[in-house]
Design a protein around this ligand. Structure first.
Ligand code: TXA
Ligand code: MG
Length: 353
C-alpha cells in the first residue's frame, strides 16, 4: 500500500545542545501537541518525533519517511517512572538496566501497554522504549510531558542523520520543525535489547556495547541475521539487510593480514572510475598513490562510529561509483559499525586471506 507523503513547511531552529532555549523547546512542544513532527538531536542520531499517543501524528512519521508500516518505532521517555504507561509485565532486570544505561543508547523491547497505538509497534504486542541522553531531547520530552515516538530522521533506507543538515537533505518539506543542536555524540543508533524473548536478546548492536551489557546480563545473546529481503516475520524488521544504503556500491574488506587487505582494496579501486575510500586517519596513506576520494573516519573506532553515516553521505554527494572500506574489529562500538557497514554494502564482504 502506498501512503500519501506528509507535506508541510519546515522551520529550522538553532538550539544550544547543552543549554536549550526554553522558548524554542516550548514551540516544538506545541507542535507535538498539535500533532506535528519535530526532528531533534539525541546522543545517537537525530530522531523524527511525534506524540506517541496520537495515532494520526505517528502515521505522519511513516508518511514523511516513506517507511513501511511493518517497521515499528521506538518510544522515547524522560523519566523511568513513565515506563509503566508504555509497557506492562516489566521484568525485574529492567531496573538494573535502566540504572546502569539510562539515560543512554539502550532501547528495551517490552510488552506493549494498551495506551500505545498499534501503528507505533507495527501491530505487535511489544514496544521499544528508551531514554535519550541529550539535553535537547530531554527538554522536549519534559516540556511536552509526552512520550515521543521517533525513528531516525532520514528517509527510509538512507544513512541515519548525525547532523541537522542530513535531516534537511532528506526531509525538508516533510517535517514541521527541525531543532539543530549540532552533531550527535555517538553517531550510531541505540542498542536494541529484547526482554520478551526466552533469553535477553540483542536485536541491533548500537551505542551500548555488547561487552557492557554482558556485565549486567551475562546470558545476553546476539545472533546477527541479515535478511536479503523484507520478511513480515522478521524479529526486528529494521534488521533487514538493505538499510543505511548510500547510492554508491559499498564493498567491505575483511582480513587479518593488513598488507593483503590494503593490496586487495587498491586493486579493487583500480577497477572503478570514481572511487571513495573510508579509512581511519592512520591508514589513509595506504591510498596516497591512487586517484581516490578519501573520507577520514577519525583515529579510533569510536570516532569512526561518529563519522560513519556522514562519510557515507559525503561520498555519495561527490558521486562516487563505489565506496571501499576495511571492516573494523567487532569489539566495543566496532560491532555496531560492522553491522551498519554490512548493511550499507548489502552483504558485499570480500574475505582477504
Ligand atoms: O538511537 C536510536 O535508536 C534512534 C534515536 C532517534 O533514538 N532511533 C532509531 O530508530 O534508530 P529507527 O526507527 O531508525 O530504528 C528502530 C529500530 C527499528 O529497526 C525497528 O524495527 C526496531 O527498532 N523496533 C522498534 N520497535 C520494536 C519492537 N517492538 N520489537 C522489535 N524491534 C523494534
Ligand atoms: Mg533508522
Amino acid at each position: 500500500m502506498t501512503q500519501e507523503p506528509y507535506i508541510t513547511t519546515t522551520t529550522t531552529h538553532t538550539i544550544e545542545p547543552t543549554n536549550p532555549d526554553p522558548a524554542i523547546i516550548q514551540h516544538a512542544s506545541d507542535v507535538l501537541h498539535a500533532g506535528g513532527l519535530v526532528a531533534f538531536p539525541t546522543e545517537t542520531v537525530y530522531g523524527l518525533g511525534a506524540n506517541a499517543l496520537d495515532e494520526t501524528a505517528v502515521a505522519k512519521i511513516f508518511r514523511a519517511k516513506g517507511r513501511p508500516s511493518n517497521d515499528p518505532i521506538i518510544v522515547h521517555i524522560a523519566e523511568v517512572n513513565q515506563l509503566s504507561q508504555i509497557a506492562i509485565d516489566i521484568p525485574d532486570i529492567v531496573s538494573t538496566l535502566t540504572e546502569r544505561f539510562w539515560a543512554g543508547a539502550l532501547t528495551l523491547v517490552l510488552k506493549r501497554h494498551p495506551n500505545i497505538p498499534l501503528n507505533i509497534t507495527a501491530g505487535m504486542e511489544s514496544v521499544a522504549v528508551r531514554m535519550p541522553d541529550h539535553l535537547v531531547a530531554l527538554a522536549l520530552l519534559r516540556q511536552s510531558g509526552l512520550p515521543i515516538g521517533a525513528p531516525s530522521a532520514n528517509t527510509f533506507s538512507r544513512p541515519s542523520p548525525t547532523q541537522a543538515s542530513h535531516v534537511l537533505d532528506d526531509l525538508d518539506g516533510h517535517v514541521d520543525v527541525v531543532l539543530d543542536g549540532g552533531s550527535t555524540t555517538i553517531g550510531v543508533e541505540s542498542t536494541i535489547l529484547s526482554l520478551i524473548a526466552d533469553v535477553p536478546t540483542v536485536l541491533r548492536p548500537g551505542g551500548v556495547s555488547l561487552e557492557a551489557l554482558r556485565e549486567v546480563l551475562p546470558d545476553v545473546v546476539y545472533h546477527p541475521k541479515y535478511l536479503a529481503e523484507d520478511v513480515k516475520s522478521a524479529p526486528s524488521p529494521g534488521t533487514l539487510l538493505k538499510h543505511y544504503s548510500p547510492t554508491a556500491d559499498v564493498i567491505l574488506f575483511r582480513g587479518e593480514n593488513s598488507e593483503h587487505v590494503w593490496s586487495a582494496m587498491r586493486a579493487e579501486a583500480q577497477k572503478h572510475n570514481t572511487v571513495g575510500v573510508m579509512t581511519l586517519d592512520n591508514d589513509a596513506h595506504q591510498f596516497d598513490e591512487l586517484d581516490v576520494i578519501i573520507a577520514r573516519l577519525g583515529r579510533t573506532v569510536d570516532e569512526a562510529a561518529l563519522n560513519l553515516f556522514s562519510a557515507l553521505r559525503d561520498l555519495d554527494k561527490q558521486g562516487v561509483d563505489v565506496i571501499l572500506v576495511r571492516a573494523p574489529d567487532k569489539t566495543g562500538l566496532g560491532l555496531a559499525v560492522w553491522d551498519r557497514l554490512v548493511r550499507a554494502s548489502i552483504g558485499q564482504v570480500v574475505e582477504v586471506k
